[in-house]
Design a protein around this ligand. Structure first.
Ligand code: AN7
Length: 362
């Protein structure tokens, strides 16, 4: 019998402290596919699965945390929420606020967020303000506003966000029957890295998983404070979602890394884009550049000999490729992809495709 997914707050009500009396603001987030990736298994010798978080209602994993944050905000009578964002948080906050009938103010770095995400924030009636600065400047202002004005902060420094996001780990364990050996994930503020670590540890405590995976987090080379061990003042990368120089969950992430025998690595932009192409072209999953860093990270660690043959590996890909589609239309050398154009003649199309006429059947 078909099971209709009801969003993470209802599906995991007992574990998220939801009762009949609770306010639930949901757009049906969670329950995303965990897909086998034969092309990646073949390349690495591991058993590779992809958690496709682009399948959430606003196209990113942020919705899992936003349903919790907005539900609690509304329950406490908030009339407005605020966030800083590299794009996905603003899209999600604006959508959930619209659904709840309250206002979302979103602060984004001017000219540095993907067009799809900007469109979402505007489409959902977000009070969008572009800041002449980077994400880290936006977050500082959002925190100050929440401290001194009647607006409720919904960045991942709000613990409700991490609580919602940890449900993705529950889903992985449910599908695989246990936690994987390794989990690969992009890292910006390190909220999601923290959330998965917590979710897996809870599954072990409940006795439904026998292990916690080694949590491998990846940052872009030009924006890798956790790898360098210091704040990056002017982070730069094509992966605009993770262009973050001073991660909000720094301490929590270090704790999670140590508790899971984890690791943080850096990947340059060329390898991020090559991994994006590999995932879309050979696995059929289109993700934004920041998400592709999970794939690039796996290839990097497999090459380094860290991943034993047959190891069970899960990659979280965090956001949909349609949010930031421009990169797919570029060749590896940086030139534009030029689609073939022909006249409306069947024979011409056949010729360009290299098709010979099929032999007539008697
Ligand atoms: C696609 O939207 O920080 O390490 O403001 O959009 O939990 O921050 C986005 C982050 C990975 C990193 N992949 O997650 C924002 C924002 C995508 C993202 C991350 C983000 P965290």
């Amino acid at each position: 019998m078909a099971h209709l997914w009801r969003g993470v707050l209802r599906e995991y009500a007992d574990r998220l402290g939801v009762t009949e009396a609770s306010t639930v603001v949901t757009l049906g987030e969670g329950g995303t596919p965990l897909l086998p990736a034969p092309a990646l298994s073949q390349r690495t010798g591991a058993d590779v699965w992809v958690k496709f978080e682009g399948m959430n209602p606003t196209g990113s994993f942020k919705d899992r945390g936003m349903t919790v944050a907005l539900s609690r905000a509304v329950e406490h009578g908030a009339k407005a929420v605020i966030c800083a964002s590299t794009g996905n948080t603003s899209a999600s906050a604006a959508a959930y606020a619209a659904h709840a009938g309250i206002t979302a103010a979103v602060l984004v770095p001017e000219g540095k967020i993907a067009m799809g995400k900007l469109s979402q924030a505007v489409a959902h009636n977000g009070r969008l303000i572009q800041i002449r600065g980077n994400f880290d400047d936006c977050l500082e202002i959002a925190r100050e506003l929440a401290d001194h004005y009647p607006v409720h902060l919904v960045n991942s420094v709000n613990p409700d966000r991490i609580e919602g996001q940890k449900t993705a780990a529950y889903e992985v364990v449910e599908v695989l029957g246990d936690a994987p050996d390794f989990h690969f994930i992009p890292v910006g503020n390190a909220g999601n890295y923290t959330a998965y670590s917590r979710g897996y540890r809870e599954e072990v405590a409940r006795g439904v998983a026998t292990r916690v995976p080694r949590m491998f987090g990846f940052q872009a080379e030009g924006s890798a404070p956790l790898v360098r061990g210091e704040v990056v003042k002017n982070p730069e990368t094509v992966a605009s979602a993770i262009r973050i120089g001073n991660p909000a969950s720094w301490e929590l992430a270090l704790e999670a890394r140590d508790a899971t025998d984890g690791w943080f690595g850096a990947i340059d932009d060329a390898r991020i884009l090559a991994a994006q192409k590999l995932l879309s072209g050979e696995v059929g999953i289109f993700v934004e550049p920041a998400s592709a860093i999970s794939v690039a990270g796996l290839l990097d660690r497999a090459e380094a000999g860290i991943i034993p043959a047959g190891a069970k590996v899960v990659l979280t890909v965090t956001g949909h490729g349609l949010k930031d589609p421009q990169w797919a239309l570029r060749n590896a050398d940086g030139s534009d992809v030029t689609p073939t154009v022909v006249d409306a003649e069947t024979s011409e199309v056949a010729s360009v495709l290299g098709l010979a006429p099929a032999e007539a059947t008697a």
